[in-house]
Design a protein around this ligand. Sequence first.
Ligand SMILES: Cc1cc2nc3c(=O)[nH]c(=O)nc-3n(C[C@H](O)[C@H](O)[C@H](O)COP(=O)(O)OP(=O)(O)OC[C@H]3O[C@@H](n4cnc5c(N)ncnc54)[C@H](O)[C@@H]3O)c2cc1C
Length: 400
Amino acid sequence: MADLDTFRAETAKWLDQNAPQSIRGIPATELDGNWGGKKAKYANPDLKTWLDVCAAKGFTAPTWPLEYGGGGLSKAEEKVLHQEMGKLRLPPPLVGFGLTMIGPTLLRFGTEDQKKEHLTKITRGEIRWCQGYSEPGSGSDLASLQTRAVRDGDDFVISGQKVWTSYADQADWIFALVRTDPKAKKQEGITFILIDMDQPGVAVKPILLISGKSPFCETYFDEVRVPVKNVISEINAGWTVAKALLGHERSMIAGTFGGASAPKRKKSRFVELAERYVGFDAEGRIDDAVLRDDVARSEMDTRAFGLTVQRSTDAAKAGHQPGPESSMFKVYATETNMRRHEVMVRMMGAQATGWEGAGFDEEETELTKAWLRTRGNSIEGGTSEIQLNIIAKRVLGLPD
Ligand SMILES: Cc1cc2nc3c(=O)[nH]c(=O)nc-3n(C[C@H](O)[C@H](O)[C@H](O)COP(=O)(O)OP(=O)(O)OC[C@H]3O[C@@H](n4cnc5c(N)ncnc54)[C@H](O)[C@@H]3O)c2cc1C
């Protein structure tokens, strides 16, 4: 414990000396650059400074081994680091699929050369990654994917199309699933491979949404040459790697809404909304019995879930790899969050109907957009229905 106290004191001092004043309390919307990569643009140059000092200290990936650019910290030390960062209201120095998806997968399945090549670049924020799983005909039935990879000497030649590739237009590398044996049973002919996107034959086309934004892309591969050494694990053994990575992805999505990383507010959001839109009765209760019930239920669900996620996060920190139970967290987190947002927009009434323009302030339009985004959370990383299927089969052991 004395060691941990010393670590806390040293960390608090280091943070205070190294975190630029201008980034303390910065809103998440300004963290665009902190996804890293060659195309990163920082709304505030101090965010890049913050990334660089943390990377040099190993604080972008605190528990990863020192030799791969991590901090080599214990789980307990990582918790202290996050607590001390929270006290100064510091944003994460780096976010993204490198840290949350491909990094943990490489730590488990990568060769020494692959770890040395990729993990250090992830921790320094030099390379931004995207995920090439879904295809136009293969979403829930991911194992039916058709992007093919044909062996040619020391390379694979890859052709096909991925879709819904989040931020592919901002990424430098893609981790992808490709079909290497079309004759094998569908799960057994898939290979997990890393592809440098900056080469001939790779084309990325952003998908324009009704919101005017393009968070997704179509990603095309036309005879793209990729060295065989970029295969993770074995050729045709990609399905096992893919499922392990999905476990990390689902835990990450669940953690965003319920775990220690969920934003903490001084006052319940429901109370703020009640003050502004609904009012309180003489006993100080939300002045609408139905809304009151829904708020109480939502608060209880969220808090109970937060504790469960915390338990699982601690288990993960103790080295437990996420298994099929990550599906329970994913479905419960996203469905609870969706219900929570539905209650909030009901409290706002007609003020929740604006997208932009006069008559609606920024907080209102942001909440409406956040409510609509919660629908996407129940689809990405595998839909709620698919999670329920996995829980039925792999957790509860029910027959097909
Ligand atoms: C915000 C967001 C980000 C994403 N980012 C990425 C990314 O970066 N990379 C990537 O590869 N993909 C990404 N995706 C794609 C995502 O993985 C797929 O949308 C998802 O797997 C569902 O596939 P689909 O869209 O083809 O729907 P479908 O598989 O066609 O499903 C349509 C509907 O049928 C239901 N359904 C399908 N099969 C079954 C079944 N067996 N039992 C019961 N119900 C079923 C589904 O639940 C769904 O409601 C993203 C999606 C979203 C929304």
